[in-house]
Design a protein around this ligand. Structure first.
Ligand SMILES: Cc1cc2nc3c(=O)[nH]c(=O)nc-3n(C[C@H](O)[C@H](O)[C@H](O)COP(=O)(O)OP(=O)(O)OC[C@H]3O[C@@H](n4cnc5c(N)ncnc54)[C@H](O)[C@@H]3O)c2cc1C
Length: 405
């Protein structure tokens, strides 16, 4: 196998078995100059199978959300330091080059080895592409700490009275010298209490979407209070963020003041497409876990078949989306289909797991993590934009139907 680098074609490693079996010989993937995701996947699979440092992540089940996030930072560091996670990101900001298909290949390889994807990768897939286009200086400054897991960021758009109707949000952003002051209340920010910074949507101008700006805020200011919100599974998945004159410098505006809506719309194509790809890997992994658990009743064929079909439909569709993103196509309202397929798959997979595993699912002490994932799956029709809103977007903006009165 040959791999080409920007300086021309380079020879494959002479002795790949030796390379993967000696830690000191692990050449960073960045130096390998892979010319296709397939070649990269193959080498990554060997690394994940053979490197002793990966063992603590294989089959890992977090006892709680905070311990899990801390443990998986170690995985992020390992994948970054060895170069694997830098494939698929631009060289200029610290990546190793290549397109988003490399990232998709990494997520697949991790799930294949029963290695849970750190939540931070979900956020990265949503936020970093936006920075690359609309705030390159921030992408260059923060790419490495984010990808390595040295920093975690949140996304703070929703407010108590502005979720589906996001354009009505009220958090104010007032000029202050060369910067801005932010005052308001954000809610439902995933991993907010574990984050050092947040991308946030605020009102810098008049009413409606034209008055919005997207910014990056440091959360460790005295004028910001981040309060975790415990959800159904007993974990602090979400947070409320209270801002009382929090300061940002002028260079923290993503895009330009007043362009927040356009930036948010650009972000959505990643939120709906790339996120869906990561999740389909999880669904297939969990179905596999269930089949191997020994609890499966042969009478469960219908439920299992339906769940597998839904997860496969999501995989096939989001693969197209990842390919379109790799070709740098601008995606439009059709990405709502990705979100709708995600909801169908997430609900079907977890319904089938609960149904098929029966009493073991409900009572087995070792399956707390599975019950927790089931409970979180109930939020699928709401997070990332509700199912009803996605259906309306498809009807009106893809199929051209008139708006409901
Ligand atoms: C697990 C989870 C994680 C989240 N993470 C984040 C995050 O990290 N950052 C962030 O900013 N937000 C986050 N959210 C918030 C999420 O984006 C909002 O909950 C979502 O957009 C819905 O807004 P809402 O909660 O205000 O509900 P509402 O907008 O009040 O909607 C309530 C119900 O009414 C329906 N509805 C509303 N308007 C219409 C309409 N025009 N037509 C038809 N039906 C309608 C909705 O479909 C929904 O069923 C998260 C939410 C969840 C559950």
């Amino acid at each position: 196998m040959t791999k080409s680098s920007s300086s021309g074609t380079i020879r494959a490693f002479d002795d790949r078995e030796r390379r993967v079996s000696h830690e000191a010989d692990h050449r960073p993937a960045a130096a390998a100059g892979y010319d296709s995701p397939a070649a990269y996947s193959e080498d990554l699979a060997r690394f994940l199978a053979d490197d002793a440092r990966v063992t603590v992540y294989r089959g890992y089940r977090a006892p709680d959300l905070e311990t899990g996030a801390d443990h998986l930072h170690g995985l992020q560091r390992l994948l970054f330091d060895e170069g694997w996670s830098r494939l698929g990101w631009p060289v200029g900001c610290g990546g190793a080059g290549g397109d988003p298909r490399f990232r998709a290949a990494m997520f697949d390889a991790l799930w294949d080895h029963d290695i849970v994807i750190p939540e931070a990768y979900n956020t990265l897939e949503i936020l970093v592409p936006v920075l690359l286009v609309h705030a390159r200086h921030l992408a260059e400054g923060y790419f490495a700490p984010l990808l390595r897991g040295d920093e975690t960021w949140a996304q703070a758009f929703s407010e108590p009275d502005a979720g589906s109707d996001l354009a009505s949000l009220r958090t104010r952003m007032e000029p202050d010298g060369d910067g801005w002051r932010l005052t308001g209340q954000k809610i439902w920010s995933s991993y907010g209490h574990l984050s050092q910074r947040s991308v946030l949507l605020a009102r810098s101008g008049g009413p409606g979407h034209r008055g919005l700006s997207m910014v990056l805020v440091d959360l460790d200011q005295p004028s910001i209070d981040v309060r975790p919100i415990r959800v159904e599974d007993g974990e602090n998945h979400l947070s409320e963020i209270l801002l009382d004159g929090a300061y940002i410098s002028g260079d923290r505006v993503i895009g330009a003041p007043g362009q927040g809506w356009a930036v948010a719309m650009y972000m959505l194509q990643w939120e709906r497409g790339a996120y869906g790809w990561i999740q389909q890997g999880r669904f297939h992994n969990r179905l596999r876990f269930m089949l191997e658990s020994g609890h499966v009743d042969p009478g469960a064929a219908q439920a299992l078949g339906a769940a597998y079909a839904a997860a496969t439909a999501l995989r096939v569709h989001t693969r197209q989306t990842v390919n379109r993103l790799a070709r740098e196509e601008t995606l439009g309202p059709e990405v709502s289909v990705d979100k709708l397929l995600l909801v169908d798959a997430e609900l079907a997979v977890w319904d089938s797991i609960r149904h098929v595993m029966g009493p073991a699912f409900e009572f087995d002490d070792d399956l707390g993590w599975l019950r927790s994932e089931f409970l979180y799956s109930r939020a699928a029709p709401i997070y990332g934009g509700s199912q009803e809103i996605q259906r309306s977007l498809v009807a009106q903006r893809v199929l051209g139907m008139p708006r409901e009165p």
